[in-house]
Design a protein around this ligand. Structure first.
Ligand code: B12
Ligand code: SF4
Length: 506
């Protein structure tokens, strides 16, 4: 039995589910545990009981696999340490974090998978079953041995990704950690249809979706994204962007949505518009006929194509999620290395104006960038203030993920200490420390002035208030106070201000 533990707080877990179904298709028994860790936690919040239940879940395993993203590193370390204390079973880590930090991960894991893992895992499990020991020559795997670390090369990328079976949704072999009273006192529960749906994310909040990916890779090279780092890792190993056939995508979605009564579908490809017109036609016609559920897509503005968008909307697409990151061309082009301009949004915005009221668009922005100039932030604020109400703004703090260019720069400049800190240590507190508090205040003042106009200026710079303003600038808040300030003021800031602006006609 191979146990695969997924730490993410999302039930999709596409990569590990693919590994599980590939192993099963090759006659290997697997079980999966959806652990639901807290992303970004520096100290894992794990009770002894939960630990023990996870350990007994793995008791009869020949191999334990953990899928690790950087924000969940502390959980992976804590769990693996516990496994090593209680069980004599090799532990293999795979996923985005070990791919770019294999050496440091081997302080905990016995084996690390660098890059895509289906074939590497299969070879590992088969060799263990055949020879009773671990074969240290398997490509994509690094091993901790008595003689040091064995680093194997990367194998060529699998070009025919249709070859991999659909993600594993065999609930009989799946478990989930949930500690709600209504489920009883145990943490590790047998997965059920109800638990699967309860823990799936939703399209616009209510309709639970089935999420899948129809391609691998992305044509762009953003300096904060693992895709650009993966391209370097796989240089000379075959085409990085690969697409599944439309037929295989439709078969999978039809099968899963019928089996589990999902109410919506999420296509979490980085850029669905990399598909050509013919593929979009084929998908849209097939989807409308065979599935017919509302769906959600993501893409970058540079690849927007109104013709393709219309076809997808006609097939049921109800949500666009678009990576804006910043409305400042200089920051996008020079810092994020995105070939994107503010003008590219004009056709998108006019296209969105003609959509039905229920059509939703999410614009993703990156905040807390230590190198972003106030003028660049202002461009984003102005842009946000100009948007229609059917466009929601989603803000992500800039996170430094190992392998990316911005991670290297943040390390060089001492903004983050190590790879563990990179995904957890850089947050609002460090940003405020690194940036001038006056810059942030300046931006707040700018937006408030926009909202309240002269009335605000008179109020804010009134002589009576000046000493208070100065003392605020000199304020050295403790962490709790600052946390509350950010949580209750800065975070909902843009949304509230935007609504207010729209109401008051700015
Ligand atoms: C789709 C996607 C999502 C989806 C679904 C995620 C999911 N759980 O499946 C959603 C939107 C939910 C999501 C969320 C997040 N994501 Co995301 N996501 C992606 C994206 C675009 C594609 C992932 C994918 O399906 N790839 C295709 C499959 C086949 O590859 P894979 O998942 O990497 O799995 C393969 C290998 O990694 C390996 N492998 C994986 N696990 C294991 C385990 C073992 C034992 C072995 C041997 C091998 C192995 O084998 C797999 C099959 O080949 C990637 C970008 C990318 N190109 O990878 C980011 C990416 C994985 N996400 C990332 C992050 C950070 C997040 C968030 C933490 C963001 C946040 N700040 O909130 C959240 C939290 C995760 C969560 N809640 O699940 C980062 C991870 C970087 C890092 N160093 O950790 C990435 C790389 C994007 C980036 N910023 O660079 N994400
Ligand atoms: S467009 Fe998105 S997925 Fe592609 S490299 Fe940039 S951030 Fe990553």
């Amino acid at each position: 039995m191979i146990s695969l533990i997924v730490l993410y707080s999302d039930i999709t877990c596409y990569g590990p589910r693919l590994i599980s179904s590939y192993l099963k298709a090759n006659g290997i028994k697997t079980q999966m545990l959806f652990f639901f860790a807290v992303p970004g936690a520096r100290i894992p919040m794990l009770s002894k009981e939960k630990f023990n239940e996870v350990v007994s879940f793995c008791q009869s395993s020949e191999l334990i696999g953990l899928s690790v993203m950087s924000p969940y590193l502390s959980y992976a370390q804590a769990l693996t340490t516990r496994f090593k204390e209680m069980l004599d079973v090799p532990v293999v880590w795979g996923g985005a974090h070990p791919t770019f930090e294999p050496e440091s991960c081997l302080k905990y894991a016995d084996i690390v998978c660098v890059g895509e893992g289906e074939n590497a895992m299969l070879e590992l499990v088969v060799s263990m079953a055949k020879y009773g020991t671990v074969d240290h020559t398997i490509k994509n795997l690094w091993f901790k041995t008595a003689d040091g670390i064995v680093k194997n090369d990367i194998r060529p990328l699998e070009q025919n990704i249709d070859k991999f079976p659909a993600p594993d949704y065999d609930l009989k072999s799946q478990y989930i950690c949930r500690a709600k009273k209504k489920y009883g006192s145990r943490h590790v529960l047998q997965m059920t249809r109800q638990l699967l749906l309860e823990n799936s994310r939703g399209l616009r909040g209510d309709r639970k979706w089935y999420a899948t990916t129809t391609s691998r890779g992305c044509p762009q090279n953003c300096s904060f994204c693992a895709n650009s780092a993966s391209k370097i890792l796989y240089r000379g190993k075959g085409k990085f962007n690969r697409k599944r056939s439309v037929a295989s995508v439709l078969d999978e979605i039809e099968d899963m949505t019928k089996t589990f009564a999902f109410q919506a579908v999420c296509l979490s490809d980085e850029n669905l518009f990399i598909r050509n017109n013919e593929e979009i036609d084929l998908f849209a016609t097939g989807y409308k006929k065979r599935i017919g559920l509302p769906f959600y897509i993501e893409f970058s503005p540079q690849l927007f194509d109104p013709q393709k968008a219309n076809k997808l909307i006609d097939a049921g697409c109800e949500v666009f999620q678009i990576g804006v990151q910043t409305a400042c061309d200089k920051t996008n082009n020079e810092l994020y290395l995105r070939k994107q301009t503010r003008e590219q949004f004009d056709p998108i915005l006019s296209f969105l104006k003609n959509q039905k009221a229920e059509f939703r668009t999410y614009f993703d922005f990156i905040l807390m960038n230590p190198w972003e100039e106030p003028a660049s932030l202002l461009d984003s604020i102005k842009f946000i203030l100009s948007l229609d109400d059917n466009i929601s703004i989603v803000m992500y703090p800039l996170t430094f993920f190992p392998g990316t260019q911005l991670y290297d720069r943040a390390m060089q400049e001492g903004l983050v200490g190590d790879s563990k800190q990179s995904a957890t240590g850089w947050g609002p507190l460090r940003y405020i420390q690194a940036k001038d508090i006056e810059t942030i205040l300046f931006l707040i003042v700018y937006v408030l002035r926009k909202v309240m106009g002269a009335r605000f200026s008179r109020w804010f710079i009134a002589p009576a208030l000046r000493p208070r303003l100065l003392s605020f600038l000199r304020w050295k808040p403790n962490r709790v106070a600052l946390g509350f300030f950010l949580l209750f003021f800065l975070y909902p800031f843009f949304r509230v201000i935007k609504r207010y602006c729209l109401k008051s006609g700015f």
